[in-house]
Design a binder for this molecule. Sequence first.
Ligand code: 5GP
Length: 119
Amino acid sequence: MTDEALEPTVFERIAAREIPARIVAETERVIAFHDIAPQAPVHVVVTPKSGSYRDVVELAAGDPELLAELVAVANGVAAELADGEFRLVFNTGASAGQTVFHVHAHVLAGGLEEGTLAG
Ligand code: 5GP
């Protein structure tokens, strides 16, 4: 294991309340909070509290129930903060725009423009 892997991720630190965030939903294993740099009228990050999985491919293989829980939380967030319809984006890999290597979904909703990736 590398030193990097021993360091808590930024999202683990948000889940532990070490870094402030505007939290909008939480279950035992999943947390959702407003993205610090929103790309859409509603832009919420939904992530497992544990950083055990780097990306959605690892999560789907390792804990599909947790992935399903993450999708359910995303759906609830979109119902609460928008009209229930949403985009769910998992950037996977640095060249695809992933900057935080702790699996997370972007919930993008609310007046999204046609034809753009992130609203
Ligand atoms: P990625 O680029 O890995 O798909 O997404 C990481 C997201 O996390 C970015 O949209 C970025 O704005 C968001 N982010 C990074 N650090 C923080 C933080 O400390 N607080 C919040 N609320 N969002 C963050």
